[in-house]
Design a protein around this ligand. Structure first.
Ligand code: SF4
Length: 431
Protein backbone atom coordinates (compact mmCIF):
# COMPACT_ATOMS: atom_id res chain seq x y z
CA UNK A 1 0.00 0.00 0.00
CA UNK A 2 2.92 2.32 0.73
CA UNK A 3 4.06 2.06 -2.90
CA UNK A 4 0.77 3.33 -4.31
CA UNK A 5 1.06 6.85 -5.71
CA UNK A 6 -0.71 9.66 -3.92
CA UNK A 7 -3.39 10.70 -6.41
CA UNK A 8 -3.80 14.27 -5.21
CA UNK A 9 -0.20 15.34 -5.63
CA UNK A 10 -1.20 18.06 -8.14
CA UNK A 11 -3.23 19.82 -5.46
CA UNK A 12 -6.94 20.36 -5.14
CA UNK A 13 -7.78 22.78 -7.91
CA UNK A 14 -11.21 21.95 -9.30
CA UNK A 15 -12.14 19.97 -6.19
CA UNK A 16 -14.10 22.78 -4.52
CA UNK A 17 -17.27 21.41 -2.93
CA UNK A 18 -16.32 17.94 -4.16
CA UNK A 19 -15.93 14.83 -2.04
CA UNK A 20 -12.32 13.61 -1.89
CA UNK A 21 -11.91 9.83 -1.79
CA UNK A 22 -9.05 8.31 0.15
CA UNK A 23 -7.85 4.78 0.84
CA UNK A 24 -5.77 3.84 3.89
CA UNK A 25 -6.37 0.10 3.66
CA UNK A 26 -7.48 -2.48 1.12
CA UNK A 27 -9.42 -5.70 1.61
CA UNK A 28 -11.72 -6.83 4.39
CA UNK A 29 -11.33 -9.55 7.01
CA UNK A 30 -15.01 -10.48 6.73
CA UNK A 31 -16.74 -12.86 4.41
CA UNK A 32 -20.15 -11.42 3.49
CA UNK A 33 -21.43 -13.52 0.63
CA UNK A 34 -22.82 -10.68 -1.51
CA UNK A 35 -19.65 -8.63 -1.38
CA UNK A 36 -16.61 -8.82 -3.66
CA UNK A 37 -14.32 -7.47 -0.94
CA UNK A 38 -14.75 -10.81 0.83
CA UNK A 39 -12.96 -12.63 -2.00
CA UNK A 40 -9.56 -11.03 -1.58
CA UNK A 41 -7.95 -12.56 1.46
CA UNK A 42 -6.33 -10.41 4.12
CA UNK A 43 -6.17 -6.67 4.64
CA UNK A 44 -3.29 -4.48 3.43
CA UNK A 45 -2.70 -1.33 5.44
CA UNK A 46 -0.83 1.82 4.49
CA UNK A 47 1.76 2.86 7.09
CA UNK A 48 0.38 5.32 9.58
CA UNK A 49 3.09 8.03 9.09
CA UNK A 50 2.35 8.10 5.33
CA UNK A 51 -1.42 8.24 5.92
CA UNK A 52 -1.08 11.09 8.40
CA UNK A 53 1.20 13.06 6.08
CA UNK A 54 -1.35 12.68 3.25
CA UNK A 55 -4.30 13.57 5.46
CA UNK A 56 -2.51 16.72 6.58
CA UNK A 57 -2.65 17.89 2.95
CA UNK A 58 -6.45 17.60 2.98
CA UNK A 59 -6.55 19.55 6.22
CA UNK A 60 -4.22 22.25 4.88
CA UNK A 61 -6.29 22.57 1.71
CA UNK A 62 -9.48 22.78 3.83
CA UNK A 63 -11.35 20.36 1.56
CA UNK A 64 -15.01 19.94 2.43
CA UNK A 65 -15.28 16.17 2.87
CA UNK A 66 -12.94 13.20 2.74
CA UNK A 67 -14.56 9.83 2.25
CA UNK A 68 -12.45 6.86 3.26
CA UNK A 69 -13.13 3.95 0.91
CA UNK A 70 -11.59 1.45 3.35
CA UNK A 71 -14.02 -1.45 3.44
CA UNK A 72 -14.07 -1.81 7.23
CA UNK A 73 -12.10 1.16 8.45
CA UNK A 74 -11.86 0.00 12.06
CA UNK A 75 -10.93 -3.64 11.46
CA UNK A 76 -7.45 -2.78 12.76
CA UNK A 77 -7.94 -0.82 15.98
CA UNK A 78 -4.45 0.72 16.28
CA UNK A 79 -4.55 2.00 12.69
CA UNK A 80 -8.09 3.43 12.98
CA UNK A 81 -7.54 5.06 16.36
CA UNK A 82 -4.21 6.49 15.19
CA UNK A 83 -5.97 8.23 12.29
CA UNK A 84 -8.95 9.38 14.35
CA UNK A 85 -6.72 10.80 17.07
CA UNK A 86 -4.58 12.67 14.55
CA UNK A 87 -7.64 14.16 12.84
CA UNK A 88 -9.05 15.19 16.20
CA UNK A 89 -5.78 16.85 17.27
CA UNK A 90 -5.18 18.56 13.89
CA UNK A 91 -8.81 19.46 13.17
CA UNK A 92 -9.11 22.56 10.96
CA UNK A 93 -12.67 23.19 12.18
CA UNK A 94 -14.12 22.59 8.71
CA UNK A 95 -13.23 19.30 6.97
CA UNK A 96 -15.48 16.33 7.55
CA UNK A 97 -14.27 12.70 7.35
CA UNK A 98 -16.54 9.79 6.46
CA UNK A 99 -15.77 6.17 7.45
CA UNK A 100 -17.45 2.82 6.83
CA UNK A 101 -17.11 0.93 10.06
CA UNK A 102 -18.19 -2.21 11.82
CA UNK A 103 -19.81 -0.68 14.92
CA UNK A 104 -19.75 -3.85 17.00
CA UNK A 105 -15.93 -3.83 16.85
CA UNK A 106 -15.67 -0.51 18.70
CA UNK A 107 -14.56 -0.82 22.30
CA UNK A 108 -15.43 1.47 25.19
CA UNK A 109 -12.15 3.42 24.96
CA UNK A 110 -12.81 4.26 21.31
CA UNK A 111 -16.47 5.14 21.91
CA UNK A 112 -15.54 7.54 24.71
CA UNK A 113 -12.91 9.12 22.48
CA UNK A 114 -15.41 9.54 19.61
CA UNK A 115 -17.82 11.36 21.91
CA UNK A 116 -15.46 14.29 22.38
CA UNK A 117 -14.50 15.12 18.79
CA UNK A 118 -15.82 18.29 17.14
CA UNK A 119 -19.45 17.98 16.06
CA UNK A 120 -19.31 17.34 12.32
CA UNK A 121 -15.68 16.15 12.22
CA UNK A 122 -16.60 12.48 11.66
CA UNK A 123 -19.43 10.71 9.89
CA UNK A 124 -19.94 6.97 10.33
CA UNK A 125 -21.59 4.56 7.92
CA UNK A 126 -22.61 1.32 9.55
CA UNK A 127 -23.90 -1.67 7.60
CA UNK A 128 -26.57 -3.58 9.47
CA UNK A 129 -28.09 -5.20 6.33
CA UNK A 130 -30.58 -7.32 8.30
CA UNK A 131 -31.42 -8.18 11.89
CA UNK A 132 -32.83 -11.59 10.91
CA UNK A 133 -30.41 -14.11 12.44
CA UNK A 134 -31.03 -16.73 9.82
CA UNK A 135 -30.32 -14.22 7.04
CA UNK A 136 -27.14 -13.08 8.78
CA UNK A 137 -26.08 -16.71 9.06
CA UNK A 138 -26.68 -17.42 5.34
CA UNK A 139 -24.72 -14.39 4.18
CA UNK A 140 -21.93 -15.28 6.64
CA UNK A 141 -21.86 -11.92 8.35
CA UNK A 142 -20.49 -11.72 11.85
CA UNK A 143 -22.55 -8.77 13.10
CA UNK A 144 -23.70 -8.82 16.70
CA UNK A 145 -26.77 -6.60 16.39
CA UNK A 146 -27.27 -6.10 20.13
CA UNK A 147 -23.68 -4.90 20.52
CA UNK A 148 -24.03 -2.75 17.39
CA UNK A 149 -27.25 -1.19 18.74
CA UNK A 150 -25.57 -0.33 22.06
CA UNK A 151 -22.65 1.32 20.25
CA UNK A 152 -24.92 3.36 17.94
CA UNK A 153 -27.00 4.54 20.92
CA UNK A 154 -23.90 5.39 22.91
CA UNK A 155 -22.38 7.42 20.04
CA UNK A 156 -25.74 9.18 19.53
CA UNK A 157 -25.53 10.42 23.13
CA UNK A 158 -22.52 12.54 22.14
CA UNK A 159 -24.65 14.51 19.61
CA UNK A 160 -21.47 15.08 17.60
CA UNK A 161 -21.29 12.29 15.01
CA UNK A 162 -23.54 11.76 12.02
CA UNK A 163 -24.52 8.06 11.81
CA UNK A 164 -25.72 6.46 8.63
CA UNK A 165 -27.15 2.93 8.88
CA UNK A 166 -27.71 0.58 5.93
CA UNK A 167 -30.16 -2.24 5.25
CA UNK A 168 -30.28 -4.55 2.23
CA UNK A 169 -33.55 -5.96 0.85
CA UNK A 170 -33.59 -9.28 -1.00
CA UNK A 171 -31.13 -11.22 1.16
CA UNK A 172 -31.68 -14.97 1.69
CA UNK A 173 -34.70 -15.78 3.86
CA UNK A 174 -35.51 -12.11 4.45
CA UNK A 175 -39.16 -11.88 3.40
CA UNK A 176 -41.28 -8.72 3.38
CA UNK A 177 -42.37 -9.04 7.03
CA UNK A 178 -38.86 -9.90 8.12
CA UNK A 179 -37.50 -6.84 6.30
CA UNK A 180 -40.12 -4.80 8.15
CA UNK A 181 -38.68 -6.12 11.45
CA UNK A 182 -35.14 -5.24 10.38
CA UNK A 183 -36.37 -1.78 9.39
CA UNK A 184 -38.05 -1.21 12.76
CA UNK A 185 -35.00 -2.46 14.67
CA UNK A 186 -32.72 -0.05 12.85
CA UNK A 187 -35.21 2.84 12.87
CA UNK A 188 -35.43 2.55 16.66
CA UNK A 189 -31.73 3.49 16.84
CA UNK A 190 -32.59 6.89 15.35
CA UNK A 191 -29.83 7.09 12.75
CA UNK A 192 -29.45 10.41 10.95
CA UNK A 193 -29.74 8.54 7.66
CA UNK A 194 -31.33 5.16 7.05
CA UNK A 195 -30.42 3.76 3.68
CA UNK A 196 -32.47 0.98 2.11
CA UNK A 197 -30.44 -0.80 -0.55
CA UNK A 198 -31.37 -3.73 -2.79
CA UNK A 199 -29.24 -6.85 -3.15
CA UNK A 200 -27.01 -7.05 -6.21
CA UNK A 201 -25.74 -10.40 -7.38
CA UNK A 202 -22.17 -9.74 -8.45
CA UNK A 203 -19.98 -12.02 -10.53
CA UNK A 204 -17.68 -14.01 -8.29
CA UNK A 205 -19.69 -13.46 -5.10
CA UNK A 206 -20.75 -16.35 -2.89
CA UNK A 207 -24.41 -15.48 -3.39
CA UNK A 208 -24.07 -15.81 -7.17
CA UNK A 209 -23.14 -19.46 -6.60
CA UNK A 210 -26.02 -19.90 -4.14
CA UNK A 211 -28.60 -17.85 -6.06
CA UNK A 212 -30.59 -20.95 -7.06
CA UNK A 213 -30.63 -22.29 -3.52
CA UNK A 214 -32.38 -19.13 -2.28
CA UNK A 215 -34.51 -18.67 -5.40
CA UNK A 216 -32.80 -15.37 -6.19
CA UNK A 217 -33.75 -13.93 -9.57
CA UNK A 218 -31.75 -10.92 -10.64
CA UNK A 219 -31.05 -8.66 -13.60
CA UNK A 220 -28.58 -10.29 -15.99
CA UNK A 221 -27.08 -6.89 -16.77
CA UNK A 222 -25.66 -4.19 -14.51
CA UNK A 223 -26.63 -3.29 -11.83
CA UNK A 224 -27.53 -7.04 -11.34
CA UNK A 225 -30.24 -6.11 -8.87
CA UNK A 226 -32.53 -8.66 -7.25
CA UNK A 227 -36.00 -9.07 -8.84
CA UNK A 228 -37.35 -11.67 -6.45
CA UNK A 229 -36.37 -14.49 -4.09
CA UNK A 230 -38.13 -17.48 -2.58
CA UNK A 231 -38.88 -15.24 0.41
CA UNK A 232 -39.61 -11.93 -1.37
CA UNK A 233 -41.81 -11.49 -4.45
CA UNK A 234 -41.30 -8.98 -7.25
CA UNK A 235 -44.42 -7.06 -6.14
CA UNK A 236 -43.02 -6.83 -2.63
CA UNK A 237 -39.75 -5.48 -3.99
CA UNK A 238 -41.69 -2.79 -5.88
CA UNK A 239 -43.48 -1.90 -2.64
CA UNK A 240 -40.14 -1.70 -0.83
CA UNK A 241 -38.80 0.59 -3.58
CA UNK A 242 -41.63 2.98 -2.80
CA UNK A 243 -40.89 2.73 0.93
CA UNK A 244 -37.26 3.52 0.16
CA UNK A 245 -38.38 6.68 -1.64
CA UNK A 246 -40.61 7.66 1.30
CA UNK A 247 -37.70 7.20 3.72
CA UNK A 248 -35.52 9.38 1.51
CA UNK A 249 -38.12 12.14 1.32
CA UNK A 250 -39.65 12.08 4.77
CA UNK A 251 -36.87 10.75 7.01
CA UNK A 252 -33.43 11.22 5.49
CA UNK A 253 -34.09 14.76 4.30
CA UNK A 254 -34.68 15.79 7.92
CA UNK A 255 -37.27 18.26 6.59
CA UNK A 256 -40.25 16.64 8.34
CA UNK A 257 -38.69 15.64 11.64
CA UNK A 258 -41.40 16.76 14.11
CA UNK A 259 -44.34 15.90 11.86
CA UNK A 260 -43.06 12.38 11.30
CA UNK A 261 -42.38 11.95 15.04
CA UNK A 262 -46.02 12.82 15.67
CA UNK A 263 -47.37 10.60 12.90
CA UNK A 264 -45.43 7.58 14.14
CA UNK A 265 -47.78 7.23 17.10
CA UNK A 266 -50.73 6.58 14.77
CA UNK A 267 -49.09 3.44 13.37
CA UNK A 268 -48.16 0.20 15.11
CA UNK A 269 -44.62 0.44 13.76
CA UNK A 270 -42.58 2.99 11.78
CA UNK A 271 -42.44 0.53 8.89
CA UNK A 272 -46.24 0.64 8.67
CA UNK A 273 -46.15 4.45 8.47
CA UNK A 274 -43.73 4.45 5.52
CA UNK A 275 -45.65 1.57 3.95
CA UNK A 276 -48.90 3.56 4.17
CA UNK A 277 -47.15 6.63 2.77
CA UNK A 278 -45.75 4.58 -0.12
CA UNK A 279 -49.17 3.07 -0.91
CA UNK A 280 -50.75 6.56 -0.79
CA UNK A 281 -48.15 7.89 -3.25
CA UNK A 282 -48.68 4.95 -5.60
CA UNK A 283 -52.49 5.18 -5.49
CA UNK A 284 -52.37 8.89 -6.24
CA UNK A 285 -49.61 8.59 -8.86
CA UNK A 286 -47.55 11.05 -6.86
CA UNK A 287 -44.37 9.16 -7.73
CA UNK A 288 -44.76 10.14 -11.38
CA UNK A 289 -44.20 13.84 -10.71
CA UNK A 290 -41.51 16.01 -9.19
CA UNK A 291 -42.74 17.94 -6.16
CA UNK A 292 -41.31 21.07 -4.64
CA UNK A 293 -40.79 21.28 -0.88
CA UNK A 294 -44.05 23.13 -0.20
CA UNK A 295 -46.02 20.50 -2.12
CA UNK A 296 -44.35 17.73 -0.10
CA UNK A 297 -45.65 19.30 3.13
CA UNK A 298 -49.12 19.54 1.61
CA UNK A 299 -49.04 15.90 0.48
CA UNK A 300 -48.20 14.87 4.04
CA UNK A 301 -51.15 16.83 5.38
CA UNK A 302 -53.52 15.38 2.78
CA UNK A 303 -52.26 11.86 3.50
CA UNK A 304 -52.94 12.44 7.20
CA UNK A 305 -56.45 13.72 6.47
CA UNK A 306 -57.33 10.79 4.28
CA UNK A 307 -55.77 7.95 6.24
CA UNK A 308 -56.42 9.06 9.81
CA UNK A 309 -59.50 10.86 11.00
CA UNK A 310 -57.89 12.86 13.80
CA UNK A 311 -57.52 16.57 14.55
CA UNK A 312 -55.44 17.97 11.71
CA UNK A 313 -54.82 21.29 13.52
CA UNK A 314 -52.00 19.66 15.45
CA UNK A 315 -50.46 18.37 12.29
CA UNK A 316 -50.64 21.76 10.60
CA UNK A 317 -48.74 23.34 13.50
CA UNK A 318 -46.06 20.66 13.32
CA UNK A 319 -45.73 21.04 9.56
CA UNK A 320 -45.40 24.78 10.06
CA UNK A 321 -42.70 24.22 12.69
CA UNK A 322 -40.82 21.89 10.32
CA UNK A 323 -41.10 24.40 7.48
CA UNK A 324 -39.73 27.25 9.58
CA UNK A 325 -36.87 25.04 10.75
CA UNK A 326 -35.67 24.93 7.15
CA UNK A 327 -36.18 28.52 6.08
CA UNK A 328 -38.15 31.69 6.57
CA UNK A 329 -41.30 30.70 4.73
CA UNK A 330 -42.11 32.95 1.82
CA UNK A 331 -44.32 30.70 -0.26
CA UNK A 332 -47.30 29.72 1.88
CA UNK A 333 -49.27 26.54 1.15
CA UNK A 334 -53.07 26.99 1.11
CA UNK A 335 -53.48 25.52 4.59
CA UNK A 336 -50.90 27.68 6.38
CA UNK A 337 -52.29 30.83 7.93
CA UNK A 338 -50.17 33.97 8.05
CA UNK A 339 -49.95 35.41 11.54
CA UNK A 340 -51.29 38.86 10.75
CA UNK A 341 -52.62 39.25 14.31
CA UNK A 342 -49.10 38.99 15.74
CA UNK A 343 -47.46 41.48 13.40
CA UNK A 344 -47.23 44.07 16.20
CA UNK A 345 -45.66 41.58 18.59
CA UNK A 346 -43.01 40.67 16.03
CA UNK A 347 -42.12 44.25 15.15
CA UNK A 348 -41.86 45.17 18.84
CA UNK A 349 -39.66 42.17 19.50
CA UNK A 350 -37.08 43.10 16.87
CA UNK A 351 -37.12 46.78 17.82
CA UNK A 352 -36.25 46.05 21.43
CA UNK A 353 -32.44 46.06 21.81
CA UNK A 354 -32.68 44.06 25.03
CA UNK A 355 -34.24 41.19 23.07
CA UNK A 356 -31.43 41.21 20.52
CA UNK A 357 -28.80 41.24 23.30
CA UNK A 358 -30.52 38.41 25.13
CA UNK A 359 -31.58 36.11 22.30
CA UNK A 360 -29.43 37.05 19.30
CA UNK A 361 -26.14 38.41 20.71
CA UNK A 362 -24.26 37.73 17.46
CA UNK A 363 -26.57 40.03 15.49
CA UNK A 364 -25.58 43.24 17.26
CA UNK A 365 -24.21 44.91 14.10
CA UNK A 366 -27.47 44.54 12.15
CA UNK A 367 -30.61 46.69 12.04
CA UNK A 368 -33.87 45.28 13.36
CA UNK A 369 -35.13 44.91 9.78
CA UNK A 370 -32.06 42.95 8.74
CA UNK A 371 -32.32 40.73 11.81
CA UNK A 372 -35.96 40.01 11.11
CA UNK A 373 -34.98 38.83 7.62
CA UNK A 374 -32.26 36.49 8.95
CA UNK A 375 -34.44 35.02 11.69
CA UNK A 376 -38.13 34.38 12.26
CA UNK A 377 -40.43 34.75 15.24
CA UNK A 378 -43.57 32.65 15.22
CA UNK A 379 -46.28 32.18 17.84
CA UNK A 380 -47.36 28.54 18.19
CA UNK A 381 -50.47 27.42 20.07
CA UNK A 382 -48.70 24.11 20.90
CA UNK A 383 -45.59 23.67 23.04
CA UNK A 384 -43.56 21.74 20.48
CA UNK A 385 -40.23 22.51 22.16
CA UNK A 386 -41.33 21.01 25.48
CA UNK A 387 -42.69 17.94 23.67
CA UNK A 388 -39.38 17.51 21.80
CA UNK A 389 -37.62 16.83 25.12
CA UNK A 390 -39.70 13.66 25.50
CA UNK A 391 -41.78 12.51 22.55
CA UNK A 392 -43.60 9.93 24.69
CA UNK A 393 -45.33 12.75 26.59
CA UNK A 394 -48.45 14.46 25.19
CA UNK A 395 -48.15 17.57 23.08
CA UNK A 396 -49.70 20.39 25.13
CA UNK A 397 -51.74 23.35 23.91
CA UNK A 398 -49.86 26.34 25.32
CA UNK A 399 -49.21 29.52 23.41
CA UNK A 400 -45.50 30.21 23.06
CA UNK A 401 -43.17 32.25 20.88
CA UNK A 402 -40.37 30.47 19.00
CA UNK A 403 -37.38 32.22 17.48
CA UNK A 404 -35.67 30.53 14.49
CA UNK A 405 -32.07 31.57 13.71
CA UNK A 406 -31.07 30.66 10.15
CA UNK A 407 -27.44 31.57 10.68
CA UNK A 408 -26.86 28.78 13.16
CA UNK A 409 -27.88 25.38 11.89
CA UNK A 410 -27.49 21.91 13.33
CA UNK A 411 -24.93 19.68 11.64
CA UNK A 412 -27.25 16.72 11.23
CA UNK A 413 -30.46 18.00 9.65
CA UNK A 414 -29.37 21.50 8.69
CA UNK A 415 -32.21 22.84 10.82
CA UNK A 416 -32.17 26.41 12.08
CA UNK A 417 -31.32 26.86 15.74
CA UNK A 418 -34.56 27.52 17.62
CA UNK A 419 -35.59 28.53 21.09
CA UNK A 420 -38.54 29.78 23.06
CA UNK A 421 -38.53 33.48 23.83
CA UNK A 422 -40.39 35.31 26.55
CA UNK A 423 -42.41 38.20 25.25
CA UNK A 424 -43.18 41.05 27.63
CA UNK A 425 -46.10 41.84 25.38
CA UNK A 426 -48.91 39.44 26.21
CA UNK A 427 -49.52 37.32 23.13
CA UNK A 428 -52.89 36.06 24.37
CA UNK A 429 -54.26 39.63 24.13
CA UNK A 430 -53.44 39.71 20.44
CA UNK A 431 -56.16 37.29 19.47
S1 SF4 B 1 -19.86 -6.21 3.19
FE1 SF4 B 1 -18.39 -4.96 4.27
S2 SF4 B 1 -17.80 -6.24 6.03
FE2 SF4 B 1 -18.74 -7.61 4.55
S3 SF4 B 1 -17.06 -8.39 3.31
FE3 SF4 B 1 -17.86 -6.61 2.25
S4 SF4 B 1 -16.63 -4.94 2.94
FE4 SF4 B 1 -16.32 -6.60 4.38
Amino acid sequence: MDDLPYVYEDGFEGFDHRIIYYESSRGCPFNCQYCLSSIEKGVRIKSLPIVLKELQQFLDARVMQVKFVDRTFNCHKKHALGIWQYLHEHDNGYTNFHFEISADLLDEETIQFLKVVRPGLFQLEIGVQSTNESTIHHIKRKTNFLKLADVVKSINEGHNIHQHLDLIAGLPEEGYASFGHSFNDVYALEPHQLQLGFLKILNGSGLKKDAKKFGIIYKEKAPYEVLGTTALSYDEIIRLKMIEEMVEIYYNSGNFYFTIKYMEKYFKTPFELYEALGDYWLENNLHLLNHNKVKLYTILLEFFREILSVDEKVLMELLKFDMYLQEKVKKFPYWLERQEQYKGVTINFYKDEENIKKYLPNFGQYTSKQISRMTHLEIFPLDIIKWSKDFTKPLEWRKNAVLFDYHTRDIFRNNAKYRTVELIYNISQEM
